[in-house]
Structures are given as C-alpha cells and as structure tokens.
Design a binder for this molecule. Structure first.
Ligand code: AR6
Length: 174
C-alpha cells in the first residue's frame, strides 16, 4: 500500500522512518532536528560512527527513543536544478526501499512499514512538485522492477499542506 498523511514523522509507530539527512549525518534543522531531538543523544552517537556520505546515499541506525524501530538516513541533494539533483533524489527513495526490503528479510517479517518525509524540499530547496514527481516515479519503478517490494507499506508524511495536496493528487492517479 502507498498512502499519504499530514503530520509529524517523529510520532509514528512504524518499522522504519526516513530522515532527510546531511552528508555528514550530523544533527541539523527541519525534520532532521526533530528526529534527533525525539530519538535522544544515542542517535547522534550512532550517526557519528557512520561513514560520511554523498547525495543519494542512505544509512540505517536504530531509532532509540523514537516509537519506530529504525531510522534510514537519506542524504538529499541540495537543489540547483540539475539532472543530477533529480537522480540523487531518486536514489534516496530507491535506496530506502532497498534497505527496507533488506530489513524485512533480515528480521523475517512478511511486511514492513516505511515512512518518508518530503526529502530535500525544506532547507535544501527542492521544488515541492518536482520532488513529489521524483518520489512517486521512483517508488513505482522499484515496485514494478522488484514486485516483492510491494510488501513494504509506504507512507509519505507531509508536514506542509502543499505537499499533502500534491501527494494526494499523485496517489489518486496511481
Ligand atoms: N515530520 C515530517 N516532515 C517534516 C518535519 C517533521 N517533524 N519537520 C519538517 N518536515 P528539511 P531537507 C518537512 O528542511 O530540505 C537539515 O538541517 C519539511 O516541511 O527537514 O532535505 C539536515 O541535517 C519539508 O517538507 O530537509 C540537512 O542539512 C521536509 O520535511 C538539511 O536540513 C524536508 O525539509 C536537509 O534539508
């Protein structure tokens, strides 16, 4: 199932939630700040031990004090309007689904729930509509290439009304 809700990702009791991270995996602002604050100091310690990344990379850590089980830290691109930006944003979504699938297999689960924020559309300046389009296209692509990933229930968690409207519309036409 693919759905959208409006709200705060930190309160969700999901298997996996995605953080809109920076390439150093350091605490930051926006959803990243909210996730680090809610997870407690152990998350910053776990992230400090991660190898540094680049746009499109995703790393996994436990969720510590968050109600979810684990956090996928996705490094979104800083928006400059290039084709590479779109490819890097697509890699974030693709790599998160791939890691969620690995998590499902490793934990011998028949389904997992995965919550995405609207990566790069805040501090990193990616236009909302273009970002939504990349997210939906990438999820469609991975589900059609790897049908087993349909066992991952995906929710786009929109903090802003504009994103909620965009995802509702995009999901209606799926
Ligand atoms: N739950 C869900 N979505 C949220 C929440 C929340 N609690 N808070 C904000 N958003 P941003 P970016 C939405 O800026 O653009 C950090 O400093 C927000 O409305 O969080 O990828 C990192 O460390 C927007 O739609 O992430 C990086 O340095 C979306 O989350 C940098 O910001 C993403 O906005 C990443 O910037």
């Amino acid at each position: 199932m693919i759905s959208t809700i409006k709200g705060d990702i930190t309160g969700l009791d999901f298997d996996l939630i995605v953080n809109a991270a920076n390439d150093q995996f350091l605490p930051g602002g926006g959803v990243c700040g909210a996730i680090f604050a809610a997870a407690g100091p152990a998350l910053a310690q776990a992230c400090a031990a991660l190898p540094k990344g680049k746009a499109g990379d995703v790393r996994i850590t436990p969720a510590f004090d968050l109600p979810s089980k684990a956090v996928l830290h996705a490094v979104g691109p800083i928006y400059e309007g290039t084709k590479q930006n779109a490819e890097d944003l697509a890699s974030c979504y693709w790599n998160c689904v791939a890691l969620a699938y690995e998590y499902m297999r490793e934990h011998e689960l028949s389904r997992v729930s995965l919550a995405f924020p609207c990566i790069s559309t805040g501090i990193y300046g990616y236009p909302h509509e273009a970002a939504c389009d990349v997210a939906i296209r990438t999820i469609k692509k991975i589900r059609s290439a790897y049908p087993d990933t349909k066992a991952i229930d995906i929710v786009f968690v929109c903090f802003e009304q504009i994103d909620y409207e965009l995802y509702k519309k995009a999901l209606r036409s799926l």
